[in-house]
Design a protein around this ligand. Structure first.
Ligand code: FAD
Length: 500
């Protein structure tokens, strides 16, 4: 018997059972098996009678690292998932109707020494600079020309990060084949009954409708919004964030692809909610995200269908959700990953990233000879912080707006927001400074673009930006603008790149 008060179980973890075979389930299966090899058996249970969520997804750059861990070749990945390159999101109508800005994966400007680029940029504007912040961003310049590519120059001034748009259902199927080759066992069947240990409360076994029993030491709940293991069986509480992000509905519809594939996602705000356009190689993903408290389904459908750029290939599919997260992402011997762990609307394309970071966190803390409360608490604290920083970043887009044209925008503009976000917006507005929290996946450059794009105008900047003379500063800025243009000639039109 262990004397460590933190120990919950001394049973070695030799078998992991993953419930659910959507993107979350198969991403988890693939990486656990790849890293843990023969040390741990991995079995995934899924039911073909229950569909998966898959609407044509946009991602953020760390997805590249996930594929690299697995050793997946980028060309194969793009082909298998009908994927395209994403350099940015274009936000349209968010500050006011008719206005737009980009949130790119690049970084406007360059490292200027002691203080960040925006301080020099603001000072240069006072000195007569007419170019925008985004003119200093290579990703933005490439978006304007519809070009993509890899820049083989280690100078960070030429950094051009990218992610992908892809069909996550196809990604799941691809990872299924990949995982099965590695030795993951797939069991088809509907989970009907879940047994827990009467002493520890741990889940012991799943029973499928056909009577098959699946035992495990550790369970990963990837059953989507229903959270069959964590919410329905262990009773894990759900933290509801609808007061900050009231959207609770989406309608998704595929449309014909365009002749020219954009290298960015479009996010178009409407009088209530917003619409996404995600270019894939075989079709476009489209959808509207809205709150039923402010707009009916019929009105949402009319808004979506009236704002499509190409022919609809189906009728819209409704998906209902509640924004928030389970308060214990790891509860007893169950870790929830994917939609089972919580949901934040796809405004900044973060759900698949949260799947990835959940899996990586689990692997870093993977139990060996037993499960400890200390591990669970650390896992939960880190994931809470990560979810909250993403939530705040999404709230920023809605709250920092000048739109007054509906009850919805008036609510979003006037609602009370978390202190962390309040402080972040205030310090930027007062002094142009940006301070990031640990576990915030969005870097300063992201916060900068969205705060400036949504209309924040800092009233001051760092005194170091006043050191160069007006003339020297403008010269530096104009040199930088020219330098940022240099790689454009080496990039390729997006469709040509994909065809290659
Ligand atoms: C409107 C919308 C737009 C989105 N856009 C983006 C985006 O742009 N970028 C992004 O990163 N993410 C996006 N997402 C999120 C992304 O689609 C999901 O994170 C991703 O698909 C993972 O889903 P999942 O695997 O957790 O759940 P699901 O796809 O729902 O899979 C659940 C699995 O559980 C299984 N299951 C459930 N119950 C049982 C049972 N009783 N027995 C057996 N099996 C069972 C099902 O068979 C299925 O395999 C979006 C989500 C929505 C709703």
């Amino acid at each position: 018997m262990s004397t460590n008060p933190s120990v919950l179980s001394t049973q070695p973890v030799k078998k992991v059972v993953i419930a659910g075979g959507g993107t979350a389930g198969w991403m988890t299966a693939a990486l656990l098996k790849k890293v843990l090899g023969k040390q741990v058996d991995v079995e995934l249970v899924e039911s073909e009678d229950i569909g998966i969520v898959g609407v044509g997804e946009a991602t953020i750059p760390p997805i590249q690292v996930f594929n690299q861990y697995l050793g997946i070749d980028e060309k194969v990945f793009l082909k298998e998932t009908n994927g395209t390159i994403k350099l940015a999101i274009k936000f349209e109508n968010w500050r006011v109707k008719g206005d737009s800005y980009f949130h790119t994966f690049g970084a406007p400007g360059t490292n200027m020494g002691f203080c960040s680029f925006q301080h020099y940029f603001l000072r240069a504007q006072q000195a007569g600079l007419t170019e925008s912040l985004w003119d200093f961003d290579l990703n933005y310049l490439a978006c304007k020309e519809g070009k993509v590519g890899k820049i083989n120059n280690p100078n960070p001034i030429f950094e051009m990060q990218y992610a992908y748009h892809f069909d996550s259902a196809l990604y799941g199927q691809f990872l299924r084949r990949f995982s099965e080759k590695l030795g993951v066992k797939r069991t088809e069947g509907m989970i009907d009954k879940i047994d827990t240990d009467t002493t520890t409360g741990f889940i012991k076994e799943l029973t499928l409708k056909n009577g098959t029993k699946v035992k495990g030491d550790l369970f990963v709940d990837c059953t989507g919004f229903r959270g069959l293991l964590t919410k329905q069986t262990l009773g894990t509480e759900f933290e509801d964030w609808s007061h900050l992000l009231p959207a609770n509905s989406a309608l998704a519809v595929p449309t014909k692809r365009f002749e020219t594939t954009l290298p960015y996602t479009r996010s178009i705000a409407h009088h209530v909610g917003w619409q996404w356009r995600i270019p894939l190689t075989h079709r476009n993903g489209n959808g509207i995200v809205y709150s039923n408290d402010f707009m009916s389904d019929d009105e949402a459908e009319a808004t979506l269908m009236g704002n499509l750029d190409s022919e609809a290939l189906d009728t819209p599919r409704k998906i209902s959700f509640t924004t928030g997260r389970t308060d214990k992402q790891w509860n007893k011997n169950v870790i929830s990953i994917g939609l089972a762990s919580g949901f934040l609307e796809p405004l900044e394309s973060t759900s698949i990233h949260l799947i990835q970071s959940g899996i990586v966190r689990l692997l870093k803390m993977f139990p060996n000879e037993g499960i400890f409360q200390s591990t669970i608490d650390t896992y939960n604290a880190e994931s809470k912080q990560e979810f909250e920083t993403i939530r705040d970043f999404i709230v920023l887009h809605y709250h920092l707006t000048e739109r007054t044209d509906s009850d919805f925008w008036n609510y979003m503009r006037n609602m009370d927001i978390p202190d962390r976000l309040k402080n972040k917006m205030a310090i930027f507005a007062d002094s142009a400074a940006i301070f990031n929290d640990n576990n915030d996946i969005f870097r300063d450059a992201s916060w900068l673009q969205v705060m400036m794009g949504q209309g924040s105008k800092p009233t001051d900047f760092h005194p170091a930006a006043k050191v160069p003379s007006n003339e020297d500063l403008l010269k530096t800025m104009h040199n930088l603008l020219r330098t940022k243009q240099q790689p454009l000639g080496h990039l390729t039109a997006h469709d040509q790149y994909l065809a290659q």
